[in-house]
Unconditional design. Structure first.
Length: 123
């Protein structure tokens, strides 16, 4: 799964009861509809929660600002052909996600920015 969007609220860094860093921000995702004449019509954005933990949370808090674009991707545990989930893997790259951010302001001309940094996110 991947999610391309923008940081919509000021990122927050809190700590869990065990002292683990927790990053939180609301993120927006822009949506477009392709028209018959091959143009695109901008639709309403949707908003979602983005959370990261541990060192990733600290790095994300240092790097993300309101308006930054990002690309986050993650995979979920394997699923058997009958639809039941297999046991989740130990912390491995198959459960890791990454986020890419650009500090360029969001405008129609740079809606898909070139990445300037990449962060691994824990799912």
């Amino acid at each position: 799964m991947s999610l391309h969007g923008f940081i919509a609220t000021t990122p927050q860094l809190h700590f869990t009861s065990t002292g683990q860093a927790r990053f939180y921000a609301r993120v927006g995702v822009e949506h477009y509809r392709r028209e018959a004449d091959h143009t695109f019509t901008k639709l309403d954005s949707t908003f979602h929660d983005l959370v990261a933990y541990a060192k990733t949370a600290e790095r994300a808090y240092d790097r993300f600002r309101v308006g930054d674009n990002f690309l986050a991707s993650a995979t979920s545990p394997s699923t058997r052909s009958n639809g039941t989930a297999t046991s989740p893997p130990a912390r491995s790259s198959s459960r890791a996600a990454s986020a890419t951010t650009s500090h360029a302001p969001r405008t129609p001309s740079n809606a898909h920015p070139t990445a300037s940094s990449t962060l691994p996110l824990q799912t």
